[in-house]
Design a binder for this molecule. Structure first.
Ligand code: COA
Length: 171
């Protein structure tokens, strides 16, 4: 297991191709993908998503979406992490958790630690967070981890509320 970092309750690791069943199971729940899209039709499709979208980010940018496990039992609860979007010249914070893990503060803990890792370890200048206006839980997570509201815009053909965090350690 390639561990990236840990928080009090969570462990972050890189995904591997072997995680296709977990990615499939996560995206199977319509409530989980209500505001994100991304239906995954079977495990083969999940393998393609890993191969083409998730895993290349690690090699290209030294960050990406990381699998998140609760400690100490290491139950997989979903993912959180950073994604470079070269077409927008942005690095975006994202998170997606199994419904059983919602409402326990995990997303806030994960998002906060991810921003911190991005600033302190990766030296990133700016991290963006975005959610649809109806995705109140996600907007709340962005606010609770200290990001600043920038405005509403259309991204990938959908209205989105954009937040940002600027690295205080870089002048
Ligand atoms: C968004 C998501 C990650 C939040 O996970 P979580 O672990 O429940 O988040 P937390 O427990 O850290 O905090 C959620 C906050 O939102 C609030 N919240 C949850 N549902 C809410 C709702 N329907 N309306 C308003 N606030 C809501 C909670 O009360 C909490 O705020 P509080 O601590 O001030 O009470 C989770 O719902 C999820 O995985 N959703 C599906 C994927 C997704 O939409 N990802 C984001 C895409 S932009």
């Amino acid at each position: 297991m390639n561990v990236i970092f840990e928080t009090d309750r969570l462990l972050f690791r890189t995904f591997t191709i072997e995680d296709a069943p977990l990615v499939f199971e996560l995206n199977l729940d319509p409530d989980v993908i209500r505001y994100t899209g991304d239906p995954i039709k079977d495990i083969d499709h999940a393998r393609k998503v890993l191969e083409q979208t998730i895993l290349p980010q690690y090699a290209l940018y030294n960050h990406g979406r990381w699998a998140v496990h609760t400690k100490p039992g290491l139950e997989f609860i979903g993912w959180c992490g950073l994604k470079t979007r070269p077409e927008r010249n942005e690095i975006d914070l994202g998170y997606r958790f199994m419904k059983e893990a919602w409402g326990k503060g995990y997303a806030t803990e994960a998002a906060f630690a991810t921003i911190r890792y991005g600033f302190e370890k990766l030296g990133l200048k700016r991290i963006v967070g975005r959610a649809m206006p109806q995705n109140l839980a996600s907007l709340r997570v962005l606010e609770k981890c200290g990001m600043d509201y920038v405005g509403e815009e259309i991204v990938d053909d959908h209205p989105a509320r954009t937040y940002e965090a600027i690295n205080p350690f870089i002048p």
